[in-house]
Design a protein. Structure first.
Length: 549
């Protein structure tokens, strides 16, 4: 795997604090309005999340992995000692913090009486006391729900497994009055709404966990989900950056995460995520970005212009629209050191700025000329034609050209070979999928280009619209799967209608899309249908009615 060169990082590596193993438990009960979860408020003097509402939990200790604890684990199957220690810790913390005892032995009423007796005894050896009363922990009723690792920037960190369990009958929570107090039952949606109103202080993992719980209509659904996911447990180690003047945190599935990972891999909170059209944003020492002031439905926050190289030796990728202020900012940054202007393709949000930038700097324009299927109003004719495999050099950075037809026949991506960065143009976007618009756009070519990119040594994707994407190969695989899933819906729509126009088919094949986007969706629908036609799986008549072949 190609790794970003350490000397190209913006900041010196700072080793994050080592996370401590911990466990959290979500005790759930049903209500007429859906499942509720038991939460408790942390003391204002607590060492972690003071004053916040949390789920009971704490650090895993030696007793949770002891031979005695293992005696309680026989009903859980072969899961390994590590996760069983976390499950034991979760059950222990539920008792220590709220007096809730998840155990078997003589029925729910007897366990409730035992819980009250053990609370009064204040015996630290919970496992020994349970065994002495001929009971055992109900680890078979505790299921792994998610896995959270505390953000790298925080001084105290936990590697916490979150478990779910049904609240045992005949028991009531009793706070320990030390670090935990005010136990309360909360419907997930209600808790989130109260948090938005500033009435309910919860931290980032709690917010995300409550959001996850809003998907379920009953405790049974939550437990079924946890049992079924097994090794696919949702895992996150959030990252933080500055947005609108405040620190915001993001999980791996959220759009800014990859950029934070690239810019500050050790978790330092230094990068600003606000889109910048007036100043250049450094991503690495040899990669910078300036976003054109052309936000919109099709361009997202605007077109990203990238600078690759070093002072005196710059390559500019996608100068964007012919916006004088944007061109002036590009020219001011590169000075007299611009070697090449590269356009990934000729669409009007990418290439028109090349000519005025050339007038300012004298640098040649490079790319691939547009073909006969391209809109003639946007005809693109570079000074230098970039052949597949061509290498462009800027300082100690090398960009290899990859011809990637699909979004446009002449589209290219560029791979920064030393650092594993793919400048993807419009072939891959962050937060949306690119439009394939025939006749120049071609779905078969697009998928083939994705498959070709999947074989390249890349780690990060820098799209023309949106933030940097991490785990590039995973994203490419996701995109291929998405296109194939959409193709399956197109085939399903054909099978259902047996014959239909684009207007009729789009309502079925894109029923998950806002109808306001149907005009755009019909362009990609056409590309899917043409791919199916070329593969002998669909046919069209003279009245533009499509049917299964």
């Amino acid at each position: 795997m190609i790794m970003v060169r350490s000397e190209k990082r913006l900041r010196t590596w700072r080793e994050p604090a080592a996370p401590r193993p911990a466990a959290t438990i979500l005790l759930l009960r049903d209500s007429d309005a859906g499942p509720e979860v038991l939460m408790t408020r942390r003391s204002l003097s607590a060492s972690f999340a003071p004053g916040a509402y949390v789920f009971p939990g704490g650090a895993v200790d030696a007793s949770d992995a002891s031979p005695r604890a293992r005696e309680f684990s026989r009903t859980r199957g072969d899961e390994g000692d590590e996760i069983l220690a976390y499950a034991t810790a979760a059950v222990r913390e539920a008792f220590e913090e709220l007096g809730i005892l998840l155990a078997h032995g003589g029925g729910a009423e007897r366990i409730a009486r035992l819980a009250a007796r053990l609370r009064r005894a204040h015996d630290a050896d919970l496992l020994g006391q349970i065994a002495a009363h001929d009971a055992r922990l109900a680890l078979d009723e505790v299921h792994w729900f998610s896995h959270w690792i505390t953000d790298r920037d925080l001084p105290r960190r936990f590697d916490a497994r979150f478990f779910v369990a049904r609240m045992p009958a005949y028991q009531q929570p009793v706070a320990d009055d030390a670090e935990q107090f005010e136990p309360t039952w909360v419907r997930p949606a209600e808790g989130l709404a109260r948090h938005e109103r500033g009435e309910f202080n919860i931290i980032f993992p709690t917010i995300r966990t409550l959001r996850q719980l809003t998907r379920f209509g009953s405790v049974g659904e939550v437990l079924d989900h946890a049992r079924e996911q097994q090794a696919r447990v949702w895992t996150s180690c959030p990252r933080a950056g500055w947005l609108r003047g405040r620190i915001e945190r993001f999980s791996e599935s959220e759009e800014p995460y990859g950029e934070l990972e690239l810019v500050d891999p050790d978790g330092q909170v230094a990068h600003t995520l606000d889109w910048q059209s007036e100043q250049v944003v450094p991503l690495l020492r040899n990669v910078h970005r300036l976003t054109a002031p052309n936000p919109g439905r099709m361009t997202g926050p605007g077109t990203n212009t990238y600078f690759v190289g070093e002072p005196g030796q710059w390559i500019v990728i996608d100068p964007g629209p012919d916006d004088p202020a944007h061109i002036e900012r590009i020219a001011a940054f590169v000075g007299d050191g611009l070697r090449t202007i590269v356009c990934t393709h000729g669409h009007p949000d990418h290439a028109p700025g090349a000519v005025p930038l050339q007038r300012r700097t004298g640098a040649p324009i490079a790319g691939r000329p547009s073909g006969p299927g391209f809109d003639p109003a946007w005809t693109f004719r570079p000074d230098t034609t970039l052949e597949d495999g061509t290498r462009l050099h800027a300082g100690d950075s090398t960009l290899r050209v990859l011809h990637t037809p699909g979004h446009a026949e002449h589209h290219v991506c560029l791979l920064l070979e030393e650092d594993g960065l793919l400048f993807a143009g419009d072939h891959i976007l962050n937060g949306s999928t690119t439009v394939i618009d025939p006749p120049d756009g071609d779905m078969r070519a697009y998928v083939a280009s994705l498959e070709r990119l999947a074989a390249e040594p890349l780690e990060y994707i820098l799209p023309a619209h949106g933030h940097v994407i991490a785990r590039g190969k995973t994203e490419i695989a996701r995109l291929i799967a998405h296109r194939m899933a959409r193709e399956a819906k197109v085939v399903g729509a054909l099978d259902r209608l047996r014959e239909g126009t684009l207007d009729e088919l789009v309502k079925l094949a894109y029923d998950d899309v806002d109808p306001i986007l149907y005009p755009v969706a019909k362009r990609s629908l056409t590309a899917h249908l043409l791919k199916l036609r070329d593969e002998g799986r669909a046919a069209v008549d003279a009245q533009a009615r499509w049917r299964p072949a």
